[in-house]
Design a protein around this ligand. Structure first.
Ligand SMILES: Cc1cc2nc3c(=O)[nH]c(=O)nc-3n(C[C@H](O)[C@H](O)[C@H](O)COP(=O)(O)OP(=O)(O)OC[C@H]3O[C@@H](n4cnc5c(N)ncnc54)[C@H](O)[C@@H]3O)c2cc1C
Length: 448
């Protein structure tokens, strides 16, 4: 850190703040530093399952969408590692999660603005500056602006909260150490991509040979990620721009409706899983078949040996009981601001559900001075849309943030794409107050 007061302090170094840091690396006049509690960069090490693939194009890397000439691109990673031509010949539609993690690690190693082993303990606002203190006692840091990139926290369903973490393990920790579920009844809870990958891992014997495998999903079936072209437009700047201007309630409805555009299972994973299940009796003669249990919500779990699961089947509205020695929770993640912001949290304006309100440049709506911004990445699912928690628009969002920080449009962020007109051309006119020309109404066109 070259100056006493930073222009921007980043809290958390996952891919999203790493992207902001990678763009800022090209702006030597901006003094920035990013802090993470981890000892080194590591992208979801507990879910680096063999064969797991990125659900996003590798061109949607940290920088390319904003600045294809930036040296921290995935293509430059390939060239520097002498893998460009082998990569092209591999003809892969999606790279492995391991390779993307290696790319992120490579970028992290090239940026001098990153400081690991610096868990931020608290953030206050004093004399017009943010003041960060650290869990491990390093000197406090002052900054004019913040960028919060502290990511996601594993979601533990209420029914599992009281269980010991050894028996009820969130998948995000699965690969952190060697596990052996040999001889156990294993229940996988959660029917999204992580659940599918964990079931595949169990079928492949990654953690020994379980006595039985049960896979529970709340969804009515094991549903695919919608990767088709028009759905992919939800992950485009033009769509985000229309989305964020909608009323709060409408945005919430759309996030719910678009769930499978971001949270479904990759079709390739579904295919591999189905084929493995089909071949299971031939490969494992005499072994009980894995049980697939869609449409079930886990209602209650009683600890014991074994644990007892009470589920409700939405298909026929019946309660059922199952037993398990080990629960693997693939139950997603919670988003929320980190506890270190507690000293200034009451200065943030909230929406009707208590979430902090975000401005167009991903900065919090707060009561501080206009020239002091608190940017956030991965907090805007309900303000900017489902792309927020995905890699797709990472570089674009970073460009919006850096432009705002610089005070001018250094990076092009508006889009000329297909002529899909998401919003009405007269958004101030709602269906309720629209004056239907008498003749049109008489023709019954209203019923459309
Ligand atoms: C297994 C998995 C696979 C995924 N695959 C894809 C995919 O293929 N495509 C896609 O679009 N999306 C994917 N996602 C979703 C998303 O891209 C990732 O979750 C991504 O890592 C989010 O990045 P982030 O920077 O917000 O947070 P994170 O990667 O969670 O990083 C946050 C960082 O903040 C640090 N931190 C937290 N609190 C503090 C503090 N007080 N002080 C200092 N540091 C702190 C943490 O140590 C952590 O390093 C995946 C998610 C998971 C879990």
């Amino acid at each position: 850190m070259s100056k006493d007061i930073l222009d921007l302090a980043g809290i958390g170094i996952g891919p999203f703040n790493l992207s902001v840091a990678a763009l800022l690396d090209q702006h030597q006049d901006v003094d920035s530093a990013f802090f993470d509690s981890k000892p080194r960069f590591d992208w979801h090490p507990g879910m680096q399952l063999p064969g797991a693939r990125l659900q996003t194009s590798c061109l949607k890397d940290l920088v390319t969408g904003a600045d294809p000439c930036n040296p921290h691109s995935f293509l430059n990673y390939l060239v520097q590692h002498r893998r460009f031509y082998p990569f092209l010949s591999a003809g892969m539609t999606a790279i492995s999660r391991r390779e993307f993690a290696d790319y992120l690690d490579w970028v992290a190693g090239r940026l001098s603005s990153l400081h690991f082993g610096h868990g931020v303990e608290s953030v206050s606002f004093e004399d017009g500056l943010f003041r960060l203190t650290f869990e491990t006692g390093q000197n406090p840091v002052r900054a004019r602006n913040l960028c919060i990139g502290t990511g996601i926290r594993p979601h533990i369903p209420p029914a599992c909260e009281a269980l010991p973490s050894t028996r009820s393990l969130h998948c995000i920790h699965l690969m952190q150490k060697g596990r052996d579920f040999t001889g156990q009844q294993v229940a996988v809870i959660g029917g999204g991509q992580s659940g599918a990958e964990v079931v595949l891992g169990l079928l492949d014997g990654l953690w020994g040979q379980p006595a039985g495998i049960r896979w529970f999903s709340r969804r009515p079936n094991f549903e695919p990620l919608d990767e088709t072209p028009f759905t992919n437009l939800y992950f485009s700047p033009g769509y985000v721009d229309t989305f964020r201007q909608l009323p709060e309630q409408r945005r919430r409805e759309l996030v719910h409706y678009q769930k499978l555009a971001s949270d479904g299972i990759s079709p390739d994973t579904l295919q591999a899983l189905y084929q493995r299940l089909y071949e299971y009796p031939l490969e494992n003669p005499g072994h009980p078949l894995p049980e697939l249990l869609p449409g079930r919500s886990v209602y209650a779990v009683t600890d014991g040996t074994p644990m007892n699961l009470l589920t409700r089947n939405r298909m026929d509205d019946q309660f059922e009981e199952f037993q398990a020695d080990q629960l693997l929770l693939c139950t997603g993640f919670d988003h929320g601001l980190p506890p270190c912001l507690a000293p200034i949290k009451n200065r943030f304006r909230e929406d009707s559900t208590g979430r902090p309100r975000l401005q167009p440049a991903f900065n919090l709506d707060w009561d501080g001075p206009d020239d002091r911004a608190i940017y956030t990445v991965n907090q805007g699912r309900f303000s900017h849309g489902i792309a927020e928690s995905q890699l797709s628009l990472t570089s674009w969002r970073s460009a919006v943030i850096v432009n705002h920080l610089l005070g001018h449009e250094h990076y092009p962020v508006s889009e000329k794409g297909l002529s899909v007109r998401w919003g009405s051309s007269t958004p101030q006119t709602t269906a309720q107050n629209r004056q239907v020309p008498r003749k049109t109404a008489q023709m019954g066109i209203e019923s459309f």
